[in-house]
Structures are given as structure tokens and as C-alpha cells.
Design a protein around this ligand. Structure first.
Ligand SMILES: Nc1ncnc2c1ncn2[C@@H]1O[C@H](COP(=O)(O)O)[C@@H](OP(=O)(O)O)[C@H]1O
Ligand SMILES: [Mg+2]
Ligand SMILES: [Mg+2]
Ligand SMILES: [Mg+2]
Length: 353
């Protein structure tokens, strides 16, 4: 099946953004890592998050100038940097450098800092129902920023949402091998990285991040035997309840240790059969999952034969703006295991309430 214009634009956006992330990683010292700021919620944002959002928004604007974009980041902090000193001095210049280094790799003209900040702020839409005929993009320029900082997994995640349904998804994973190796939490293997993509009702594919690479089809595993299943979850214990996942695994007689990786690389691994179950279990009441942390992963995994619901068995509801306001946690599986995993999850979470 040939790629739609929307998928082609998202693939290009993912390639540009991944290139900027790789520029930042290779330019930063191994000990210090890339420069990062703390956001209002104390979570980190790096030079590469901003550079990647700028490039994704530029690519989407070129192909679809009228489409709103709901991006995780905004440039407000970068517009007030005149008196930044110490480790923050030069932060904005580093963003500009990363964007222009990536553009140069693709033989595109360089941009000014003012243009780059405006591209970042194209991601300021709120995903409100009813705007632009119900069509908007959502972008996580680096999903798994903590993984990126640790040299672990991270993903540039891009999805098109139409009338509340994610219809196109791209996950560019610079530290994930093109072939699953069963221990992908380790980070860069010296390979080129992998780009996963899918369209709703089309197939899902993986290709290398190398220029001109060819996509190959991927599919979830066929296993219906929970005891033989591999479970993946976040590295960060603040993002998912590791203890409850261990209880669910025990209930399912699962024997293998969980595969811990950052970012939507977890959706990608289940989508290609490298794992069978992804659990994201609420850690504290009131946390609302963000749409950009899931939309692209949902398209890829469903097109590969998998299933996604929240921990209550409800479909993820993308019609409430920037948050999955009506959902709690996420269960993603290969498909055949879904009902059993959902039942075990319900039993464990209800027992602890
Ligand atoms: N308390 C919480 N529960 C669940 N997810 C959280 C969380 N706090 C932050 N996150 C989200 O977890 C994402 C990373 O997921 P993972 O642990 O699977 O790598 C972060 O994305 P960013 O890294 O894009 O900010 C952030 O949006
Ligand atoms: Mg973040
Ligand atoms: Mg994220
Ligand atoms: Mg992010």
C-alpha cells in the first residue's frame, strides 16, 4: 500500500526531528549529558526536545499549513532568556544549532532563532473538539526525555487525530535496533535507529532511520499463553506502578522479568512481537495521561494486530483536548492476551483500592 500524504509528512517530520536529537546527543559530553531545564511540573526538557518540536512543526506546516498541532512543548521559556547565566547560558543558541545542523543534513536552508521559536509555538493548539473539522496533529518531540538524558530509549512521536480517532502514527526511535533484540532497554546499539509507522486500517511497518530505507511489515505476537508472555513497562517508577505490575504478572503466571524501557518504544516492541504486554498503571490518583504519550503508539500497535484500552477496559478517548481525561492508565497487548490481562489488572487494582 502506498503511503498517504499525511503519513509521508509524518515520516519526514520524524526523520528530521530524530536527526536533531542525535546531533544534540553526540555534541554533549558523556558525563554531563544534554542541557536540560526544569518545567513547572519539575519534569525535564532539553535542547533536543525544543529542536525536535520545531522541526516536526515545520515539516507538518509545509505539508498541511492549516492543520492545528497539539505539541508537548512551547517556546515561552526560550523567549525570556536574555538574562540566563551559568549552565543555561547559550541554551537557545544550542536549540538553533541543533535545528540547523539537522536541516543541513537534509540539504535544507537554515533558519533564524526567531523562526525556530515560531515553529515550536505552532504546537500550541488545544485539540478542542469541533475545530478544523475535527482534524489535528499531536506531537511529543521527545517522549522519554528521562531516557534520552540517561542514554536509554526515547521516541519522536507524531500522530494525526481525526474526529477523536488517531489515524496516522509515527514513532522515530533513534536508540532502538531495527530488529528486536530482546533487551532493548540498553539504549544505542551503534545502529541507525528504527522508525515505526502505521495508518488506521492499513498495516504497520518498521524501517531504519537511514535515508532511503525501505519499510517492512510488522505484526504483534500470536501468543495466547500468558505464562510465556513478555511484559514491558516504564523505567520510571513515578510513571507506572511497578509493584502492581509484578502482582498482575504473578496472577498470569508470567515467568520472564519485565522489560523496562522509556517512551513509546514499548508500544513499538509489542507491535513487532518483541514483547506481548505493555502496562501503564496509575501511580497516584488524579494524573491524567497526555494524548501525545499514546496517540502514535495506539495507531502503530492496533495496525499491527494489537489492542489498547485503559485499565478499566475503556478505549482511550482522544476527544478531551490535551489530556485523556476519561481514562485511567493504559493496557496494550498483542491482541489475544488482552482480555486475560485486563481481568488480572482489574483484580489486582480493585484489591488494592
Ligand atoms: N505520574 C505520571 N504518570 C504517568 N506518566 C507520567 C507521569 N509523569 C510524567 N509522565 C509522562 O511519562 C512520559 C514518559 O513515559 P515513560 O516512562 O513510558 O518513558 C513523559 O513523557 P515525556 O518524556 O515526553 O515528558 C510524561 O508525559
Ligand atoms: Mg515531558
Ligand atoms: Mg511523552
Ligand atoms: Mg516529551
Amino acid at each position: 500500500m502506498s503511503e498517504s500524504a499525511a503519513l509521508a509528512a509524518a515520516v519526514q517530520a520524524g526523520r528530521w526531528a530524530a536527526a536533531a536529537c542525535q546531533v544534540v546527543r553526540s555534541a554533549s559530553g558523556l558525563e554531563d549529558g544534554p542541557a536540560a531545564l526544569d518545567k513547572a511540573d519539575k519534569s525535564p526538557v532539553t535542547v533536543a526536545d525544543f529542536a525536535a518540536q520545531a522541526l516536526v512543526c515545520r515539516a507538518l506546516a509545509e505539508a498541511f499549513p492549516d492543520d492545528p498541532v497539539v505539541g508537548e512543548e512551547d517556546a515561552a521559556a526560550l523567549r525570556t532568556t536574555a538574562d540566563w547565566q551559568g549552565e543555561k547560558a547559550g541554551f537557545v543558541e544550542q536549540v538553533t544549532h541543533a535545528v540547523n545542523a539537522a536541516l543541513a543534513q537534509f540539504k535544507l536552508p537554515t533558519a533564524t532563532t526567531a523562526e525556530i521559536l515560531d515553529w515550536i509555538d505552532r504546537g500550541g493548539a488545544d485539540g478542542a473538539v469541533g475545530e478544523n473539522g475535527g482534524r489535528f496533529w499531536t506531537v511529543d518531540p521527545i517522549d522519554g526525555t528521562k531516557g534520552f538524558l540517561r542514554g536509554g530509549q526515547y521516541a519522536v512521536a507524531i500522530a494525526l487525530i481525526e474526529n477523536g480517532i488517531p489515524t496516522v502514527g509515527v514513532l522515530a526511535c533513534p536508540n532502538l535496533p531495527v530488529q528486536s533484540d530482546g533487551h532493548n532497554g540498553d539504549g544505542a546499539d551503534g545502529g541507525t535507529g528504527a522508525l515505526f509507522s502505521a495508518e488506521k486500517d492499513g498495516g504497520a511497518t518498521v524501517r531504519s532511520l537511514e535515508p532511503g530505507s525501505t519499510p517492512t511489515s510488522i505484526h504483534t505476537s500470536a501468543t495466547a499463553d500468558a505464562a510465556a508472555a513478555r511484559l514491558c513497562e516504564s523505567v520510571e517508577s513515578a510513571h507506572t506502578a511497578h509493584g502492581a505490575a509484578a502482582e498482575i504478572a504473578a496472577k498470569l503466571n508470567l515467568t520472564a522479568d519485565p522489560l523496562r524501557l522509556d517512551s513509546q518504544a514499548k508500544y513499538a516492541e509489542v507491535a513487532r512481537g518483541g514483547a506481548d504486554i505493555y502496562l501503564r498503571l496509575p501511580t497516584r490518583p488524579g494524573y491524567v495521561e497526555r494524548i501525545w504519550d499514546h496517540a502514535a503508539g495506539v495507531v502503530v500497535i492496533e495496525a499491527a494486530g494489537g489492542r489498547v484500552t485503559d485499565v478499566d477496559g475503556q478505549p482511550l478517548d482522544f476527544t478531551h483536548g490535551r489530556g485523556l481525561e476519561k481514562n485511567r492508565g493504559v493496557i496494550a497487548t498483542n491482541g489475544p492476551l488482552h482480555d486475560a490481562v485486563r481481568a488480572a489488572t482489574g483484580a489486582v487494582l480493585n484489591a488494592s483500592n
